[in-house]
Design a protein around this ligand. Structure first.
Ligand code: BGC
Length: 777
């Protein structure tokens, strides 16, 4: 039974936008004199060399490099992507996607996740992590949702603070990105995001405020414009908000080629990446002719050196690097995969599989055999090895396990006759193409449908693939094949294949997945399912940086695959390897749905452990799953998404994510915070008291009423204040905890509600105020 509590909150006004770091915290006062001393000794050229990226003479496939100033003990810095694990030429630990981490609702685990990545990165010779990504999940289509955390600002803030603390505990500098409101990939380089002050402060900024408070060394400004000015040349964002309101003392670097002018340095940008188009020679000239004051250069240099000093990287004896810890990292990866996995449906307690259900299984789906470790782009994992979930199931099942792909990822060789002009290819579909000029022509498709076109090259090469107006890059640095899932009408379509890096000429293997091939694979899977006691279907979506998903459906014909398998075998379990919300037209016909997200290198072990009950799913949704494409906060509203004439507008204000569903009484498929496990819990004895400093102390007793151990995630939501005239959320997450309980075990859980969670952004006063009066808890 749900009890509602109403508490009276004082009307004290608190300004909490300016987060003052406690003494002794990571943001403590810098050693001015040492850094000022260094700045005084640097020549203008040396200063400028710290303000833009360069080519690494000992490049290791990482994203960025700064040469440092060796004569003064300023080290070279290697900057690497790695929101979910280091992305460079060498393989590295590949953790579950950050969306899985957030779904674990467990800051202590997020700290371990960050520490595992930070240690791996430092041990691999890297110094600055280009992550975490913490933009709000506002648009369910966003190709980078897997790489970020949540639609809710408190969950984001708690997760990012712990993740950054973990990363930096290993001496790796974290870069919170992308500042700000970088919530879609469509037109990301040009789109202007029109966002009001309240939504900016209440929805997008709390995560960045938490990152600053946790001591993030750097912040990366975004590709998009915000309220008319590029993020990386935006005085309002970079000076007023970041420096004056959030008290950020680290340095701001641009996203890759997101700098648009030399005077950005006077608007809050400190460093241009990956090169010096604007903050290189042009900056030197501007300083020499007096257009840009030397003080601006000194200020940025000081910010960078202050962080390096804080991380003990300056001088003749910089902090030593740790060694790698593959086993420790793998253990954290598996735990996050299990704790972040969300059990969405479990009719008749089908999971965990037991008895005959567990020993006569038809495993279906290409990602059962080719593990879907991560999404694509800079958040892509690059592990030394990731086991197929199918193998882990076979090991654990002790019985009959059959496998049918039910679909293809790479597909079959594209027949030469489908291309115009013809392209000579070997029998496995490999063509040899000249660097840069490559191939451009057309591809003829036999019927309307969803296709998947791929180009794969060796690990030291890079290739770009174009089909009509869509493009993908693949090859080196763990990118994997360049793949394009595309819906094509019967007839001719533009095709471009351009080798960008590697041998000249370059062997490029071309593949396509066609409707005819898919039909026969679906038929085989249906037969396999009908002969087994249990069907376990692995389904995936394609999320990647650079592209939004064209729809919320599973990629290709997987909806049809699941529908037909479930018809042939009612005991069907669906395992999702997806990065964000999807629609599930087949939901009512399957027994169980287990969302593993992109589970990282230990996904196979985690999936098998959960399917067979060696572990219990510990996740809750960090985002709402909509009932249909139309019923989302951006559905049918192109000015919200993807924007009209280059303008994207946050006209929903603070009604992002579950706030919108609540405000407009729209029933989702699965709400934010939802997730089942293999046991059940009873909550009682809710008590709410005034806490220290204007907050609340909430406590509740939680009891495990089932027969297995499991983790409960008590979540406290706070209702509106009658004293506030600004828009407010019907209810907003104000606190949570996670407790693992044995069968029958009971625990009193205490959750502190910070005054920040009871406050709103007062647009007139440009400050947070406590929302006083009666509030429902
Ligand atoms: C991405 C960043 C990434 C950078 C370097 C950009 O395209 O937006 O998140 O850190 O590339 O790889």
């Amino acid at each position: 039974m749900r009890r509602r509590f109403t508490v009276l909150i004082g009307i004290a006004i608190v300004v909490i936008a300016g987060v003052v770091a406690p003494a002794g915290s990571a943001q403590a006062r810098p050693h001015r004199s040492k850094v000022a001393d260094l700045v005084a000794q640097l020549t203008l050229d040396e200063k400028i060399s710290l303000l833009h990226g360069a080519t690494d003479p000992a490049g290791q496939g990482q994203s960025g490099y700064l040469p440092g100033v060796p004569r003064l003990g300023i080290p070279e810095l290697r900057l690497t992507d790695g929101a979910a694990g280091i992305r460079m030429a060498k393989p590295a630990l590949a953790m579950p996607a950050p969306v899985a981490l957030a779904s674990a609702f467990d800051p202590a685990l997020a700290r371990q996740y960050g520490a595992a990545i930070g240690r791996d990165g430092r041990a691999l010779g890297m110094d600055v992590l280009l992550g975490p990504t913490l933009n709000t999940i506002r648009v369910p289509y966003n190709g980078r949702n897997f790489e970020t955390y949540s639609e809710d600002q408190l969950l984001t803030a708690r997760t990012v603070a712990a993740d950054i603390t973990g990363i930096q505990s290993q001496g790796m500098i974290a870069t919170a990105k992308h500042f700000a409101v970088n919530n879609q990939e469509t037109d990301r380089d040009t789109v202007n995001v029109n966002v009001g002050e309240q939504a900016l402060h209440e929805i997008e900024l709390p995560g960045f405020a938490a990152a600053v408070k946790a001591g993030a060394g750097a912040i990366m400004c975004a590709y998009n414009q915000v309220n008319g000015a590029p993020s990386c040349g935006n005085t309002e964002l970079l000076q007023t908000v970041l420096r004056e309101q959030l008290h950020f003392t680290g340095w701001v670097m641009s996203d890759w080629s997101a700098t648009h002018s030399t005077d950005s340095i006077t608007k809050g940008l400190d460093q241009e990446m990956p090169d010096g188009t604007y903050l290189g020679d042009a900056l030197k000239k501007a300083v020499q002719d007096g257009t840009i004051p030397m003080s601006a250069v000194d200020q940025s240099v000081t910010r960078i050196l202050t962080v390096l000093d804080r991380f003990k990287l300056l001088g003749p004896h910089p902090r030593p690097r740790p060694t790698r810890d593959p086993a420790g990292g793998a253990a954290v990866a598996q735990r996050v995969a299990e704790q972040g996995a969300v059990l969405l449906r479990n009719t008749g307690s089908t999971l965990p599989l037991r008895g005959r259900d567990a020993s006569d299984i038809a495993v279906i789906g290409p990602t059962a055999q080719t593990p879907k470790v991560s999404g694509g782009g800079s958040g892509k994992g690059h592990p030394a090895y990731a086991a197929p979930p199918l193998d882990a199931i076979r090991t654990r099942a002790h019985g009959s396990v059959t496998y049918s792909p039910g679909g293809e990822l790479f597909g079959r060789p594209i027949p030469s006759a489908a291309l115009d002009p013809a392209l000579p290819m070997s029998s496995d579909g490999t063509a040899t193409l000249p660097l840069y000029t490559g191939y451009s022509g057309t591809i003829d498709v036999p019927e309307d449908g969803d296709y998947r076109i791929s180009a794969s090259v060796a690990d030291d090469s890079l290739v770009a693939l174009y089909v009509d107006d869509r493009s993908a890059v693949g090859g080196a640095f763990g990118f994997g094949p360049a793949e394009l899932p595309v819906h094509l009408t019967k007839g001719s379509h533009q095709l471009g294949i351009y080798p960008l890096l590697g041998p000249d000429p370059m062997p490029v293997k071309l593949g396509w997945v066609t409707l005819a091939a898919t039909r026969s694979l679906i038929a085989q899977a249906v037969t396999a399912a009908s002969h087994a006691r249990t069907a376990v279907v692995f389904a995936y979506d394609d999320e990647t940086e650079g592209l939004d998903r064209p729809s919320l459906s599973l990629a290709g014909y997987q909806d049809e695959l699941i529908t037909r398998v479930a018809k042939a075998n009612p005991n069907t379990v669906v395992v999702l390897n997806t990065g964000s919300a999807i629609t599930m037209p087949w939901l009512s016909s399957v027994r169980s749905v287990l969302d593993m997200w992109y589970p990282g290198q230990e996904g196979a072990a985690a999936t098998a452990a959960l399917l067979f009950g060696d572990a219990a799913p510990g996740g809750r949704l960090s985002q709402t799953f909509p009932a249909s494409e139309q019923a989302t906060p951006v559905g049918g509203n192109p000015s919200r998404y993807p924007g009209v004439n280059g303008q994207e507008t946050y006209s929903e204000g603070i009604d992002v994510g579950y706030r919108w569903y609540d405000a407009y009484h729209v029933a989702p498929l699965f709400p934010f915070g939802f997730g089942l496990t293999y046991t059940s819990f009873a909550y009682n004895g809710l008590s709410v008291r005034a806490g220290a400093g204007g907050g609340l102390d909430v406590s509740v007793s939680v009891r495990n009423t089932g027969s297995r151990a499991g983790a409960a995630v008590p979540q406290v939501y706070v209702g509106t204040s009658s004293r506030v005239t600004e828009p407010q959320a019907v209810r907003a997450l104000a606190g949570f905890d996670k407790v693992t309980l044995r069968p029958g075990e009971s625990r009193r859980v205490h959750i502190r509600i910070d005054p920040a969670q009871l406050s709103y952004w007062d647009v007139g006063a440009h400050a947070y105020r406590l929302g006083g009066g009666a509030r429902t808890i």
